[in-house]
Design a protein around this ligand. Structure first.
Ligand code: NAD
Length: 270
């Protein structure tokens, strides 16, 4: 896609930038003129994203940090401001995926799984915002986007800690929007549906991925770029009056009544 320089002059910090949606967002934002700090707990994956950005002639630096650790988050934000002189855009995509198989029904809950999931997916957003917002206010404003999920309001039956963390991210997003909107800092959330990423390729079998496709009201499954393009809109001045909202990027997966697939099956059988 042709760059339109919509983020020229901005500094963006992308957590979870070593993979999937975070990596696609970091690459798109850099192409659109932002100077990007690509943060990930996996520092070598963050460096791979940065190499791709630099090969493209754009500007980025990697930073290895665990977003659930406040001292590392403070160092990360300080690094962004020291390196590029400001912090205007924060994108929170870091997600604890290693706990997925142990995130089971609540009656079998392992407290460590809940602490780990909430620590990264929720507290990562809290801590990055805590340290980024003062810089944004001092430079006249900024934009924060947090990753939530359809799982926040459509239960997957299992994965309760993930669903709860993502639901809490919506509450946090609306609170941040209210607390700092008057000072020019907007906070929104993106709720992806099923997006093909390294994480979802590991998590879902081929048969399950086909089920996802059956439930998308689009000819294909979602791609990381679909989310990155929505994130670009939320980070750019074009969305300057949008604050505290959840933008769903799901190809229509959450748009229809639950009985539609059964009706389709009945129609196909008759
Ligand atoms: N892919 C989807 O279908 C989908 C659907 C709904 C929501 N989401 C959300 O979008 C975001 C990105 O999803 P994805 O599929 O690209 O995930 P992904 O697993 O490909 O990427 C997540 C990244 O976060 C990093 N990370 C994990 N723990 C971290 C920590 N403590 N500190 C810093 N980085 C850490 C990982 O190393 C990884 O690079 C996540 O928040 C996810 O919950 C994705």
């Amino acid at each position: 896609m042709e760059s339109t320089g919509r983020l020229t002059g901005r500094t963006a910090l992308v957590t979870g930038g070593g993979s999937g949606i975070g990596a696609a967002t970091a690459e798109l934002f850099a192409r659109e003129g932002a100077k990007v700090v690509v943060a990930d707990i996996n520092g070598s994956n963050a460096s791979v994203t940065v190499e791709r950005i630099q090969e493209d002639g754009s500007t980025a630096e990697p930073f290895a940090a665990d977003v659930s650790d406040e001292s590392q988050v403070k160092e990360l934000v300080d690094f962004a401001v020291r390196t590029y002189g400001s912090l205007d855009v924060l994108q929170n995509y870091a997600s604890e995926r290693r706990l997925v198989e142990r995130d089971v029904f609540v009656a079998e809950a392992d407290a460590a799984v809940w602490t780990g999931q909430l620590g990264v997916d929720l507290m990562g957003c809290v801590l990055t915002a805590k340290h980024a917002v003062p810089h944004m206010i001092s430079s006249g404003g900024g934009s924060i986007t947090n990753a939530t999920s359809l799982a926040a309001w459509l239960s997957l039956e299992s994965r309760p800690a993930y669903a709860t963390a993502k639901a809490a991210v919506i509450g946090l997003t609306k609170t941040l929007a209210t607390e700092y909107g008057k000072e020019g800092v907007r906070t929104n959330a993106i709720a992806p549906g099923h997006i093909v990423s390294p994480a979802t390729e590991r998590m879902y079998s081929e048969e399950q991925t086909q089920v996802m496709l059956d439930h998308v009201s689009a000819p294909r499954l979602g791609r990381p770029d679909d989310v990155a393009l929505a994130a670009l809109f939320l980070a750019s001045p074009e969305s300057s009056f949008i604050n505290g909202q959840v933008i769903v990027v799901d190809g229509g997966m959450s748009a229809y009544a639950p009985m539609v697939p059964s009706f389709r099956r009945l129609a196909a059988d008759s």
